[in-house]
Design a protein around this ligand. Structure first.
Ligand SMILES: Cc1cc2nc3c(=O)[nH]c(=O)nc-3n(C[C@H](O)[C@H](O)[C@H](O)COP(=O)(O)O)c2cc1C
Length: 327
């Protein structure tokens, strides 16, 4: 086995870690992260570029995306048989350090960890409608448990009429926002190989019939009336990720918890898609808090259900763009 002397990880181990990390979901598939390897330590940093001034002006989704990447990285390190202790936004570190994972003594992964690691390669955003089969309550409970992390609650949403009304409101607002629409066009890439740069969302991954509950509403999107949206959402399982506070740490933790829940769902034979776009509007966030009686801050909605077919994987950045071998 070849050893990457300076960073304390073999080339094969480095490959396992970085390939798991880049498969994490990220806002507009920007993959706003870098990975640094050092002996006994993995560091996830947030990239300065690209930014999404219209979609994500405060960087909430960038931070959540990095949190999701940490969840994948931790599972990969556990699968390599190492113990992990994750510290988010460690003190006295530069602000771009999102997490430091102290990787210690050999420790066998559990069967559940191995299965969720396997789910990383199968997870993809399912923006189309689901099959309409109800997800059994016991399965939802397992996903909710997987999505619990310090400071984050994964809350099943039964108030479908409220969500339908707010998604309709948000869809209408984004459809009329010219700056938002221009930015979304820039990040929607054509499906031909010449346009695959490893970032951005291939146009074919935003099926016309999937919006607006999948977010990413275009100017031409026909927004169904709230009653119709409600009817469609009734066939889905919705989880809302709620944090105790609304700081960058909360955004990172929400992304981490969301990805853990998503991988648990995939492991249980389900598909899912996340949407944060509507929650970027202050009136939507405050209405959710009020109408659902939340005591914390809503960060992301995860739609879960059964899909007829596996969703194709979206391209990613090259490993060399992401990986930095220390010291
Ligand atoms: C924090 C965050 C916010 C996201 N918001 C949305 C959204 O509002 N609507 C949507 O359709 N997808 C959303 N996504 C999904 C990304 O577009 C998706 O993960 C990315 O394009 C990569 O595709 P994949 O999930 O199929 O691997 C979000 C992902 C993350 C991590």
């Amino acid at each position: 086995m070849s050893t990457v002397e300076s960073c304390g990880w073999t080339a094969a181990e480095a490959g396992v870690l970085v390939r798991a990390m880049v498969r994490a979901p990220s806002v507009h598939n920007t993959q706003p992260w870098r990975l640094e390897l050092a002996p006994g330590e993995l560091t996830v940093r947030e990239r300065a570029e690209p930014v999404l001034p219209r979609h994500d002006p405060h960087g909430r989704d960038r931070a959540a995306s990095c949190g999701a990447a940490v969840a994948n990285l931790e599972l990969a390190a556990r699968t390599l048989g190492r113990s992990c202790v994750v510290a988010f936004l460690p003190e006295d570190e530069p602000p771009d350090v999102v997490a430091r994972i102290a990787v210690g003594e050999p420790a066998s992964p559990s069967a559940g960890e191995l299965r969720r690691y396997g789910a990383i390669a199968r997870r993809a955003s399912h923006r189309a409608p689901f099959e309409g089969l109800a997800v059994p309550a016991a399965v939802v409970r397992r996903i909710v448990a997987a999505g619990g992390a310090p400071g984050v609650e994964a809350r099943p949403v039964g108030e479908i009429a409220v969500v339908a009304r707010l998604l309709h409101f948000a869809a209408d607002a984004f459809r009329q926002d010219g700056g938002y629409q221009r930015e979304l066009s820039l990040w929607t890439i054509r499906d031909e190989p010449a346009h695959r740069h490893g970032v951005g969302i291939p146009a074919g991954r935003i099926p016309a019939g999937a919006v607006p509950w999948a977010g990413l509403v275009r100017r031409a999107t026909e927004v169904p009336e709230p009653a119709e949206l409600e009817r469609r959402l009734a066939g889905e399982t919705l989880l809302l990720f709620v944090t105790a506070d609304d700081s960058r740490l909360d955004h990172v933790r929400a992304g981490y918890a969301m990805e853990r829940a998503w991988l648990a769902a995939v492991d249980l034979g389900l598909a899912a898609a996340v949407l944060t776009q509507p929650l970027h509007l202050a009136p939507v966030r405050s209405a959710l808090c009020e109408d659902l009686g939340l005591t914390g801050y809503p960060q992301a909605l995860l739609r879960i259900g059964y899909a007829a077919e596996a969703d194709p994987l979206t391209p990613r950045r090259a490993v060399e763009e992401v990986l930095h071998r220390g010291p």
